[in-house]
Design a protein. Structure first.
Length: 254
């Protein structure tokens, strides 16, 4: 999906089916103008590995943990970034890292990570193919079937299922699940599901439907949760002045 804006380009593509349990999407963003761009990053339930450089910034790679709150950021002038957004199962079975300490934070990755250099940030399609090939080789065998089923249910329901129901369906106690989530991701399962429910509400908000369509208790609860994760009420979010909410901007119209 492409979404050109003044001096900017945004594009997202889905991974091949063999990576779909681990990779949510590949995406790129560039700012070819001479002016920087202020944006607000919204929580989306993913963690990202980003490769970027700008006129005044050397090429580098960054690992970004889960976000639980909106974050103001700046896209520098003449910047280009290629990135991979991962689902949570990838943390344990693809990259073998723990993200708990990176909640709402990021860290620089070593030079040459995933064998990506500045030269790869010239053709997005080639970048996606190269990274996909590398990620294939990193997938571990012996994935815990409970975890696989748990994440399938979480994502397919957009976080709408209660924790106790998820626990019953995967035959794994709520206590054990929450210990796993807090140890690996620094967040409870319920808190994570709330982020997914917020994200699932964004297409309807973009379309101007400012009432709950997910499993919010009522309108007041809906407004409170949207404001918690975006910093603004649904009406303001839907207006998306100056396309500052990037995640909202790239969503398809409904």
């Amino acid at each position: 999906m492409d979404m050109p804006t003044e001096g900017m380009q945004l594009k997202t593509v889905k991974p091949v089916a063999e990576l779909s349990d681990f990779v949510e999407s590949f995406w790129m963003i560039s700012n070819s103008s001479t002016d920087s761009r202020e944006i607000i990053i919204l929580p989306d339930g993913r963690f990202d590995i980003m490769f970027s450089y700008a006129k005044k910034e050397a090429f580098h790679a960054t690992l970004k943990g889960l976000d639980t709150k909106p974050e103001q950021a700046v896209i520098p002038s003449q910047m280009i970034m290629y990135a991979v957004s991962f689902k949570l199962l990838a943390i344990e079975y693809l990259l073998d890292i723990k993200m708990a300490s990176l909640l709402n934070q990021g860290q620089r990755l070593p030079a040459g990570f995933l064998d990506i250099s500045k030269d790869e940030l010239t053709d997005f399609d080639i970048f996606c193919k190269k990274v996909s090939t590398i990620l294939f080789t990193l997938i571990k065998t012996g994935i815990d079937s409970r975890k696989k089923k748990l994440f399938d249910l979480i994502y397919s329901s957009n976080g709408s299922l209660p924790v106790h129901e998820l626990a019953d369906q995967v035959a794994w106690s709520s206590r054990q699940i929450n210990r796993y989530f807090n140890d690996q991701f620094g967040i409870s399962l319920k808190a994570y599901c709330n982020i997914l429910r917020f994200r699932a509400s964004l297409p309807q908000i973009k379309a101007g439907r400012l009432f709950p369509e997910q499993n919010f208790t009522d309108q007041t609860h809906f407004i409170k949760e949207i404001k918690k994760f975006s910093g603004v009420v649904p009406k303001t979010l839907s207006q998306n002045q100056n396309d500052r909410f990037i995640l909202l901007s790239v969503l398809p119209e409904q």
